[in-house]
Design a protein around this ligand. Sequence first.
Ligand SMILES: Nc1ncnc2c1ncn2[C@@H]1O[C@H](COP(=O)(O)OP(=O)(O)OP(=O)(O)O)[C@@H](O)[C@H]1O
Length: 323
Amino acid sequence: MTWKENPVNHAINKPVNKPVDKLIIETRELWKTYRSRAAVKHLDLQIRQGDIYGFLGPNGAGKTTTIRMLLGLIRPTRGSIRIFGKDIRKERMDILRRVGSLVEYPSNYGHLNAIENLEAIRRILDVPRSRIDEVLSIVRLTAHAKRPVKGYSLGMKQRLGIAAALLGQPELLILDEPTNGLDPEGIQEVRELIKEMPRQRGITVLVSSHLLGEVEQMATTVGIIREGEMVFQDTIESLHQQAAGGIRIVVSEPEDAQHLARECGYHSTKSGAALEFGQMNDEAVSLLVKRLVENRHAIYRVEEQRRSLEDLFLQVVGRGASL
Ligand SMILES: Nc1ncnc2c1ncn2[C@@H]1O[C@H](COP(=O)(O)OP(=O)(O)OP(=O)(O)O)[C@@H](O)[C@H]1O
């Protein structure tokens, strides 16, 4: 079965089910082609205000290429990009003034401390000096501010990179694989930091990752890209719903029980002593169980057959994909 035939993919390129006037990023039919090879194909990205948008895909799927286009670092081959409702081709500088970003590893001067590193960027952005203390406090580096950066852990360097991205008080933060190469503690630190951005600071976040487990713990919306194409885009709740499976009931007399279930309007397939139904709501399960019991069936087990999100993700991106 190809991913296009796959029932879980009905949300392909589906607009996020919320008012469209609150879109912070919107791309339409975005393409980037290198020679004859498309790194990004007809990509319709929709990111709402206040979202933490987890941009997910295996290595080489096209995440960095997309992010580079959003930041105006490379030019799309085709399609449009609107950020804050403005066209990136026409109002690039106005847009980028309101965006903070961390693309790949942050570059720091190792012999300088955090304050000195941030000071260099502060001058370019022309923001008040007090902003340095503020961003160091946000990323919880105040206590280490006067230590040379070369002594920092990778997680601390990454947090300093986020501090730099926050200096200009952005409304949108774009982070490309910010937890790449971090140990579990560093991953948790960065994740907690990202989670507080919309709530505490009103900042919309786009964060890319190749790890579903990581995105799942912080994102409100998920976009999954595979070989340059968006194969799923919707809320995290919707992703969970898609992972929800059918109901399996193990009974004493499966054939009779199947017949009775059919009379009640529920189609099932028999697997040994079990009847397997599609998705059913609680009320339907309760009614069916009641009828079975009334007809003297012994019920040994009622269970939901859930796929793990990881299974769903692998199904969406293809099992051969490197994660
Ligand atoms: N400058 C370039 N010239 C030619 N091909 C490129 C260029 N940049 C990227 N590509 C190709 O485009 C595809 C997408 O790459 P991209 O870096 O966007 O993927 P990614 O999802 O960010 O993966 P990763 O997590 O490994 O960085 C890859 O096949 C890559 O080899």
